[in-house]
Design a protein around this ligand. Sequence first.
Ligand SMILES: CC(C)(COP(=O)(O)OP(=O)(O)OC[C@H]1O[C@@H](n2cnc3c(N)ncnc32)[C@H](O)[C@@H]1OP(=O)(O)O)[C@@H](O)C(=O)NCCC(=O)NCCS
Length: 142
Amino acid sequence: MTIRPIRPEDLAALEEIQRLSPETPAWPAESYLKTICLVAVEAEGEFPETVLGFASARQSAPPEAEILNVAVHPAARRRGIARALLAGLLQRLTGEVFLEVRASNLAAIQLYESLQFARVGIRPAYYSHPTEDGVVLRLQAC
Ligand SMILES: CC(C)(COP(=O)(O)OP(=O)(O)OC[C@H]1O[C@@H](n2cnc3c(N)ncnc32)[C@H](O)[C@@H]1OP(=O)(O)O)[C@@H](O)C(=O)NCCC(=O)NCCS
């Protein structure tokens, strides 16, 4: 498995991973090209790479950054891919890193807490369909 920056040819695979990940916002895949976005890929011989997951962030008002999204193909989960993607993103970010996650998304909350993100607040009814609180997490990047 390799982590590398996103390329335009990855967009169809990102859309498919978003479709299979209803916990996450389904943004137009092209929008990720304007962010700091890494993909995890697997290459087998001369076959084209398979995109297994992606993570996206932006350096908002420096020294602050925001994780925008992370998702891994359901068939490739629990192999450390999200952790590797987020570690790669964090190397590229400076200052305090924030993110929001649905309060019911325990897998994602556990993932972020395993990377030393700490809960710093709740945004009541931040999400819709269904309405749900957002948990705000923060990490001090390098
Ligand atoms: C959340 C998600 C990105 C995790 O991806 P992943 O590649 O499976 O995660 P990793 O294998 O790197 O797991 C790292 C750690 O996260 C936690 N974790 C991941 N999935 C978990 C689950 N289903 N239940 C509990 N903890 C989980 C564990 O602490 C795990 O470490 P461990 O395997 O050593 O116990 C993936 O489940 C996903 O794509 N979900 C749908 C999209 C989503 O919810 N994105 C978050 C939006 S804010």
